[in-house]
Design a protein around this ligand. Structure first.
Ligand code: PA5
Length: 446
């Protein structure tokens, strides 16, 4: 089993009886999801995706990745939220947080259109100015402001550098199969397009073309990624929470929430997990944070953040629980050498791999945080590779859907995201927002 839930460090906080009492709610959530009768049921295409994906498009993704690897030194991936986080998380997880510095045989991959910072965009223009580059623009709606602005800028750069015709050969658009400005532009200019399926929302889309094209460009084996997800799809079907660790995780989260643990901190001891933390935060934050409900998803990389957040976790308000993702094997090892004079006093770890030290740090922290009143759920995985990642993505997606249904929310919508957009459009003078503009400007004292 690629992910195993170890409940040794949560047992003191959730009794067997309390967990078992969750079974009826878990069963109900399972039925809502599998019968596709729950809230948001038209966005559950991700459930079958690892088996039911479009095989013809999958082959086109591999061919396009090959073409990009030949034609470009840099791929700029333009997208935000669910159209960004999964691909970046997967590349850093499977290759490295330092992928762009380490890669030799695959293009560097820069992510743009996930901010409106003029400084960041200007820096990225400078970074790619002298390079051969291609663009993968990703937007399900095809109208999101952040990626639209970045795409306008890089499209212009491509046309200036290569001319209209070759620029079109270097632009790959991932969007709705028929609707939206981006689809219309792609059809008009002749860009190769890939589809974000109608029944899969942004935060559940990493295993569609949204994630798969950039991931494949980075040289990651997307067949193995899908195999991992498929194995999770097949393994996580039993509604019995004693036999289904994703469901057990969902149940434990809800029990802890009811005991006042309002914040979940996802923890890893591997810095290359940093963007997975971000992906997780979006998945759970957007899925559960509504109707005045939801666990607040936070994240940390240990031991790094033990030197900043460790104090709060150990002794601050007792509103936290942690979910620790641990890996049994490191991808690379560094053995600490013996020194004859032991001038730094470190010979007590001489001959040991750093991964051994990291494991002891984790074990010590689990016990210390338990002693401080912080429940810890541990998810044990083998190693950071594409197979484990595919399994992990599906595990979290399924756990999130079940957890959201237990909580009593629609885990597949995000109505709250529109509020800031409406205000921003009104303040920018977008046609159609005239009435709101005056009222907002008054509130801002403009
Ligand atoms: O999960 C979501 O729905 C959001 O994070 C979207 O992915 C994000 O807002 C980008 O939307 P789009 O792909 O339409 O540009």
């Amino acid at each position: 089993m690629p992910i195993k839930l170890n409940d040794n460090y949560v047992k003191a906080f959730v009794s067997e009886e309390e967990l078992a009492a969750m079974q009826p709610e878990v069963t109900k959530a399972h039925e809502l999801l599998t019968s596709k009768t729950g809230p948001g049921n038209d966005f559950t295409g991700w459930v079958e995706l690892p088996t039911d994906y479009d095989k013809e498009e999958f082959a086109r993704i591999k061919a396009a990745a090959e073409k990009i690897r030949k034609q470009a030194d840099v791929l700029i991936v333009i997208g935000i939220g669910g159209s960004y986080l999964g691909a970046r998380a997967a590349i850093e997880f499977c290759r490295s947080q330092n992928y762009n510095l380490l890669t030799k045989d695959t293009p560097q991959i820069f992510f743009s259109g996930n901010t409106i910072s003029s400084t960041t965009l200007s820096e990225m223009k400078e970074l790619v100015a002298d390079k051969d580059f291609a663009v993968n623009v990703i937007s399900k709606s095809g109208t999101t402001t952040e990626p639209s602005i970045a795409f306008r800028v890089f499209r212009e750069m491509l046309v200036e550098k290569y001319g209209e015709e070759e620029a079109a050969e270097r632009i790959y658009a991932t969007t709705d199969k028929e609707k939206g400005t981006l689809k219309a532009l792609a059809d008009e200019k002749g860009y190769q397009t890939f589809v974000v399926p109608d029944d899969i929302g942004g935060r559940y889309s990493v295993l569609t073309a949204v994630g798969l094209l950039p991931i494949a460009v980075a040289g990651i084996d997307i067949d193995r990624l899908m195999k991992g997800a498929r194995d999770a799809q097949n393994a996580l079907t039993d509604p019995d929470l004693k036999k289904n660790d994703a469901y057990k995780y969902a149940a434990l989260r809800n029990v802890l929430l009811r005991k006042g643990k309002n914040i979940e901190m996802l923890v890893s001891y591997e810095p290359s997990f940093t963007m997975m933390n971000e992906w997780f935060k979006q998945l759970f934050g957007e899925s559960e944070g509504k109707d005045g409900k939801g666990i607040y998803p936070a994240a940390a990389i240990f031991s790094t953040d033990l030197h900043s957040m460790g104090q709060y976790i150990q002794q601050g308000q007792r509103i936290l629980f942690e979910t620790v993702v641990s890996f049994n094997e490191p991808i690379r090892e560094v053995v600490i050498k013996e020194e004859a004079d032991n001038s730094d006093g470190l010979n007590f770890v001489a001959g040991k791999g750093m991964s051994y030290v990291n494991r002891k740090a984790m074990q010590g922290t689990l016990l210390a945080h338990n002693d401080g009143g912080v429940p810890n759920i541990v998810l044990e995985a083998e190693r950071m590779d594409e197979y484990e990642l595919g399994y992990m993505i599906y595990f979290f997606e399924k756990a999130c859907a079940i957890s959201g249904y237990i909580l009593g929310v629609n885990p597949f919508n995000q109505p709250g995201v529109e509020s800031y957009k409406k205000n921003m459009f009104a303040l920018l003078g977008k046609p159609g927002y005239e009435d709101e503009r005056a009222a907002l400007e008054k509130r801002l004292g403009l």
